[in-house]
Each structure stands twice: as structure tokens, then as C-alpha cells.
Design a binder for this molecule. Structure first.
Ligand SMILES: Cc1ncc(C[n+]2csc(CCOP(=O)(O)OP(=O)(O)O)c2C)c(N)n1
Ligand SMILES: [Mg+2]
Length: 371
């Protein structure tokens, strides 16, 4: 008797099924660069499509060079980005300059394309305070290292924009691991309640360091986590630049029209290690899985798509590669030429007014540094 009543009240299995089936992955370009969803195609000119390709090629080179520079001891902290170009750059491509980016540690490319000078990204990697002095008019903050903290901050920035009646959005990026944190739920819930113009991008690259996504959550998709916050969520093919662009562009439209935040889950993959600090991906990933994802590569499929349209060729690609290498050479030189950070720089950048104990140390170091 009792079980019958319970069943009628609460059909657990069906409830989840009904939710999950609403979150199937949006794809526009398949792995062969063919349009499989004409209806969802974004309105982008040939020049815009070429520009998006340029940015992805450039960023792949930047990743390769950053890894070498790190190995040579010329960079410090670095989180590889290859594989995630569509997810990172097509989402940034959907933004306007007045929008505000709250990145995680792997999201340096979006900061650069939003206006952060490259040499400052290198200084950030070295832990130099000048890497965190973002130029006026570049709407980004320093990458967040505390997993998920930027989600709550984005809700606040978005609410501020709404109160000032600005037609802009706050976009924040985290990973699948970030979506398992308390801050993720708090931020989305708050933004939902206040209809704040926020976009929450979860780059689901399947691993939080070595922990696979299946071990982090019982939820079949991360996109469905939006439901509990009362906001829409969408899962997109994160290796497909057009799908990522469309989803974020639409989320932006909704946000600036006063319709509130959106959660965008991008299904992606990082080919490299978690960071350059020494994890060994072969201990938690199989070559088969790596190969499966490399076949989905965003650059390969976008190149095929543009090639078929007759708006991309090897010469153009080589020019981007040469430009990237040249820029990187100049930027690393500029970073090298920046005076080394001193102990007093560190102290005075932490506090507006020094506490007494630090004042004493500050004076000692000031004296030492003057010699
Ligand atoms: C609050 C907090 N807990 C733990 C860590 C250590 N940590 C650094 S990166 C990371 C995994 C994050 O994975 P994910 O969000 O999927 O991002 P990904 O690195 O895959 O892009 C963890 C647990 C941290 N930085 N902050
Ligand atoms: Mg991850």
C-alpha cells in the first residue's frame, strides 16, 4: 500500500529521464567540417570566420611555445590549452569589449583576445605583480586559482551591471571540477534569483586533474544543473566553434534583454597535462581516449569547413603561425626586460595601508634593495 502511494507521488527514474533528455549536445559542424544543423548556423561573415580560425591557430602556437618556454624555465605556472580552442575562443568571440571576463587559470587565451597584452600574460605566469595590473578598458580580472570562486564573483559583477543599466554581460569560465564545487551552485542560484546578466561556461574536458567527470557527479550532464537554479542550460559540442559561438551569443542576447543568466556546458578535451607542474596524464587517460578526442579537433574541422568554402589556405595559415611566433618572441623579451619584482613590491601591492609588523619588514627590505 505504502509503496504504491510513494510511486504515484514520486517517479524518481522518470523525473531524471525527462530532465536529461532535454540536454542533448548541440552540434553544427561535425568532425569532417560538414554543417549538420543548418537551422542553428550563426550569422558570421567570411571575414569573421577567418578571424576566428586565425585566433585558434595562433592560440595553438602560443600553447606549444608556452610549454617549451616553461620547460626552459622561462615561464612559471602554465595550464595547457590545446584541444580547448573552440570552447575558449569561440565563446570569447561572441562577446563585446564592454563584457567582463572572470577566467580560471586555463583561460588566459580569452583574456588575451579580450585585450590583455601578451607580455602581461607571461608576467602572470611568472607570478610577477605587473601581470595582474590589467590595463584600463580591458574588462578581465586575473585568473582565479581557487576552483569555482569566480562563479560567485561573476554573479556579483553581473548584478552590478544590471544595477547600472549597462547592456553588457559578465562571463565566467570553470571546468567540470568547478561544477562540483559549492560556489558553482551559489553563484548560479544568486544570478538566477536576481536575473543578473551572467554567462556561466563550464568547459567539461572530462577530468579535474586526474578525476574523471563520472566520478565527480551523478548528473549525466553539467548543463542540467541549471534547472535547480531556475535558469536555462545548454550542452554544446565544445570542439565545434560554431556551436560554441551560437550558444554564447544567444546567452548574451538573453542576458542583455533582461532575461537573466545561462549555463553553457562545452564538451571538450585538453590534450596536454593538467598543468606543467608535473602530472602524468598517461596514469589516468588511455591512448584510445586521447585518439578519440584528437579526431574531434576544432582546428581540423574548422579548417575543412573554411577550405570547402574557399576562404582558407595553407599560405594564410602559415602567415598566422609566423605572426604568432614573432609576437611571442617580442612579448617574452618585454617580460624579460621588466624589472624583477622585489619584496617591497610584493608587500606594497598587497596592502593599501601596511600593518605594523609588515612596516618593519618593509623598511628592512627597502634598505637592502637600495644597496
Ligand atoms: C578550492 C580548490 N580546491 C582544490 C584545488 C586544487 N585543484 C587545482 S585544479 C583542480 C581541478 C580542476 O578541474 P576542472 O575544474 O575540471 O578544470 P580543468 O583543470 O580541467 O580545466 C583542483 C582540484 C583548488 N585549486 N581550489
Ligand atoms: Mg576539467
Amino acid at each position: 500500500m505504502a509503496s504504491k502511494t510513494n510511486k504515484a507521488l514520486f517517479e524518481a527514474e522518470k523525473q531524471l529521464e525527462k530532465t536529461e533528455e532535454q540536454f542533448s549536445m548541440l552540434q553544427i559542424l561535425n568532425e569532417d567540417g560538414e554543417v549538420v544543423n543548418e537551422a542553428a548556423m550563426p550569422q558570421l561573415s567570411d571575414e569573421q570566420l577567418q578571424e576566428l580560425m586565425r585566433r585558434m591557430v595562433y592560440t595553438r602556437i602560443l600553447d606549444q611555445r608556452s610549454i617549451s618556454l616553461n620547460r626552459q624555465g622561462r615561464l612559471g605556472f602554465y595550464a595547457p590549452t590545446a584541444g580547448q580552442e573552440a570552447s575558449q575562443l569561440a565563446s570569447q568571440f561572441a562577446l563585446e569589449k564592454e563584457d567582463f571576463i572572470l577566467p580560471g587559470y586555463r583561460d588566459v587565451p580569452q583574456m588575451i583576445w579580450h585585450g590583455l597584452p601578451l607580455y602581461q600574460a607571461f608576467l602572470f605566469s611568472r607570478g610577477h605583480f605587473k601581470g595582474n595590473q590589467i590595463p584600463e578598458g580591458v574588462n578581465v580580472i586575473s585568473p582565479q586559482i581557487i576552483i569555482g570562486a569566480q562563479i560567485v564573483q561573476a554573479a556579483g559583477v553581473a548584478l552590478g551591471m544590471k544595477k547600472r543599466k549597462q547592456k553588457s554581460v559578465a562571463i565566467t569560465y570553470t571546468g567540470d571540477g568547478g561544477a562540483s564545487q559549492g560556489d558553482f551552485y551559489e553563484g548560479m542560484n544568486f544570478a538566477g534569483a536576481f536575473k543578473a546578466p551572467a554567462i556561466f561556461v563550464v568547459q567539461n574536458n572530462r577530468f579535474a586533474i586526474s578525476t574523471p567527470v563520472e566520478k565527480q557527479s551523478a548528473a549525466k550532464t553539467i548543463a542540467q544543473k541549471a534547472v535547480a537554479a531556475g535558469i536555462p542550460g545548454i550542452q554544446v559540442d565544445g570542439m565545434d566553434p560554431l556551436a560554441v559561438y551560437v550558444a554564447v551569443r544567444e546567452a548574451r542576447e538573453r542576458a542583455i534583454n533582461g532575461e537573466g543568466p545561462t549555463l553553457v556546458e562545452t564538451l571538450t578535451y585538453r590534450y596536454g597535462p593538467h598543468t606543467m607542474a608535473g602530472d602524468d596524464p598517461t596514469r589516468y587517460r588511455t591512448t584510445d581516449l586521447d585518439n578519440e578526442w584528437e579526431r574531434k579537433d576544432p582546428l581540423v574541422r574548422f579548417r575543412k569547413f573554411l577550405d570547402k568554402k574557399g576562404i582558407w589556405n595553407e599560405e594564410m595559415e602559415n602567415e598566422v603561425i609566423e605572426n604568432a611566433k614573432e609576437d611571442i618572441k617580442e612579448a617574452i623579451k618585454k617580460a624579460d626586460d621588466t624589472p624583477k619584482q622585489t619584496v617591497t613590491d610584493l608587500i606594497s601591492n598587497m596592502y593599501e595601508e601596511l600593518p605594523n609588523n609588515l612596516k618593519e619588514q618593509y623598511d628592512i627590505y627597502k634598505e637592502k634593495e637600495s644597496k
